[in-house]
Design a protein around this ligand. Structure first.
Ligand SMILES: O=C(O)CCC(=O)C(=O)O
Length: 293
């Protein structure tokens, strides 16, 4: 291992997640925060999701219905590494990538990334789910790296996780034939009772196993909460569903080498439905801001 110590490695595989402070350098963090500030300013001029479009033609920036020029509610930036040097540099070469390689490497590739923002007053919340149900692969050596762009505490909509839940089962995100993007209400109630908050300073990262059950509540404070979320897989984990957020960098090797073989460890896998809108927030029942008709 290059970056993590044995105790951290063991904690990740035992609990399904690991918090690490100072996961990026101060200049990297400052560059990410400056980009965000610019995008929030830009969003004031828009009253519906806006571009530059993603490679599958959806708007890159998405806002909640509460968005206004005076009080922006920009909540999602799809694949910021496709449009920003600062975000691409961190996705490709921050300490976080070395940590991921320690966990599932040596050969690691990139899948997709996004920013989830909860500005002060935003109503955005994330229903409980496991990422694997959105992005199934031939095996589950997949890590979601959630980098804190702000100081995050119990009041500004922190991520909450169910320790140990990565050991299974993978819960359905369907209600009958309808893909809801969220586990059933009773499973969410049980998850909430077992959840713990992931809090820390800007620059910390939560490394999360793809099968860990997690969600997050709305921001009840005046402080904004931003996460830069990058998904990495072992090079021999091959997607078995279309990427919900295709990127020009999808499949790019970030550590080690390309795989010659796909490794199969999964049995039956429920296939997700892909979103057609700017973000999965609409799938979980939170509409985007739309221009007045
Ligand atoms: O933004 C959050 O609080 C959680 C993000 C998340 O669960 C996800 O993107 O899978």
């Amino acid at each position: 291992m290059k970056t993590l110590i044995r105790e951290q490695y063991d904690a990740f595989w035992r609990d399904g997640y690991l918090m690490v402070d100072d996961a990026v350098t101060p200049p990297q963090l400052a560059a990410l925060q400056a980009e965000i500030a610019g995008w929030v300013e830009e969003s004031r001029a828009h009253d519906k999701p806006f571009g530059p479009p993603t490679i599958d033609g959806r708007p890159r920036f998405d806002m909640g219905t509460e968005h206004s020029a005076e009080k922006p509610a920009l909540r999602r930036i799809n694949n910021p590494s496709d449009i920003s040097d600062a975000y691409r540099d961190v996705m490709l070469d921050a300490r976080t990538v070395d940590m991921v390689a320690d966990l599932i490497g040596p050969d690691v590739k990139f899948h997709h990334c996004k920013i989830n923002l909860k500005l002060s007053g935003a109503r955005t919340e994330v229903s409980y789910h496991q990422d694997f149900a959105y992005t199934p692969h031939t095996n589950d050596d997949i890590v979601t790296a959630l980098l804190f762009l702000d100081d995050i505490d119990g009041d500004n909509g922190c991520l909450t996780v169910v320790p140990g839940s990565h050991k299974g089962p993978v819960l359905s995100l369907f209600d009958g034939e309808r893909f809801t993007g969220a586990v059933a209400a009773d499973a969410e109630t049980q998850a909430l009772a077992r959840s713990i908050p992931c809090v820390g300073k800007a620059g910390a990262v939560c490394l999360m196993h793809t099968k860990l059950l997690h969600g997050s509540a709305a921001n009840r404070s005046d402080a904004s909460r931003g996460l830069y979320i990058c998904v990495y897989t072992a090079a021999d984990a091959v997607p078995i569903a279309r990427n919900p957020m295709p990127s020009v960098n999808e499949g790019r090797i970030v550590r080690g080498q390309e795989a010659r073989f796909a490794r199969l460890s999964e049995g039956l896998v429920e296939l997700p439905k892909q979103p057609k809108t700017a973000s999965f927030f609409t799938v979980i029942g939170q509409e985007s801001k739309q221009a007045a008709q």
